[in-house]
Design a protein around this ligand. Structure first.
Ligand SMILES: [Zn+2]
Length: 298
């Protein structure tokens, strides 16, 4: 089942070169690779939160330029995996490199499971992934989930009328008569090896990295422990059934037509029931979900 998407997502993502995604409605930038300023231009002024998945250069090299143009005191907040020393080093370097910046941005280390409140009931949650090997207990690479949290009336009160609920809320407080319920609006896997679909769980929008079109190429490059490949990503999508699938982070070794054909063949084979979009190598795509999908169910 497809419905109109709640988010305007723009971005660029080519393995090795650069990756960034911007969600207009939230002023949220997911990863901060090179070209984000050139791609967003004045719209970059709307960025309030930057969540960086890991310290590879292709995911953070747009930061310096962004901070020079749009950074201020406490703005933006930059979230990064807590065990990565590259970010404190970059924060310090950025301050020395551009000493006339009008203020210091807010650099915040995040652990796996940490949640960031974005407002309007939306929360961004980090989840450690295996892209960057590290000792257990450390977090050097994360994926992000965007969760909507709402308070729902407990079942035992659902027979009550509006005024009755109002009175109960007044006497007991909202927390006592409601349960917190969360739905996943969006998952951004960032760079990750293939994981079981259950790791991600149901979501409306799935942005999954898809560096390789086939497992054999990935295996021959010993990259399969760090990155994902198309067949396995489509299996995950078939199991999770998001409303929209966005495939990203393709290797530049593939041509656009080759990628589109592989997606169509794989999705058709699985009779995938959801529109599938692709951010192709070298392309900045504005409002990804406003484009004609590469594959749409018949
Ligand atoms: Zn990458």
């Amino acid at each position: 089942m497809s419905s109109s998407p709640a988010f305007t997502i723009s971005g660029y993502s080519t393995a090795r070169y650069a990756t960034w995604f911007f969600i207009d409605e939230l002023g949220l930038l997911l990863d901060a690779g090179d070209g984000l300023i050139a791609g967003l231009m004045s719209k970059a002024a709307k960025i309030k939160h930057i969540a960086v998945s890991h310290p590879d250069r292709d995911h953070l090299s747009g930061l310096l330029h962004f901070l020079k143009l749009f950074g201020g005191q406490g703005v933006p907040t930059i979230y990064y995996p807590e065990s990565s020393g590259s970010f404190p080093a970059l924060a310090e370097f950025s301050q020395r490199f551009d000493p006339d910046q009008p203020g210091r941005p807010d650099w915040k280390p995040i652990a796996s499971g940490a949640e960031v409140v974005l407002g309007s009931g939306l929360v961004l949650r980090a989840q450690a992934n295996r892209h960057v090997p590290c000792e257990s207990g450390q977090t050097k690479s994360v994926s992000f989930s965007l969760l909507r949290k709402i308070r729902k009336l407990k079942p035992e009160h659902r027979h009550l009328t509006g005024p009755e609920i109002g009175a109960l809320k007044k006497s007991l407080g909202e927390a006592a008569i409601t349960d917190e319920v969360e739905h996943t609006e969006l998952i951004y896997t960032a760079d990750t090896p293939i994981e079981p679909a259950s790791r991600w769980g149901p979501t409306k929008i799935l942005i999954h990295e898809c560096t390789f079109l086939d497992a054999a190429t990935a295996e021959s490059k010993h990259q399969i422990a760090r990155h994902s490949y198309l067949d396995a990503v489509l299996d995950i999508a078939a199991e999770l059934q998001p409303q929209h699938l966005i495939l990203t982070h393709f290797s530049a070794r593939y041509g656009a037509d080759e990628i589109r054909e592989a997606i169509r063949a794989g999705a058709t084979k699985r009779q995938l029931g959801l529109p599938t979009y692709a951010v192709l190598p070298g392309e900045t795509v504005h409002n990804i979900l406003g484009h004609v999908p590469v594959y749409a169910p018949a």
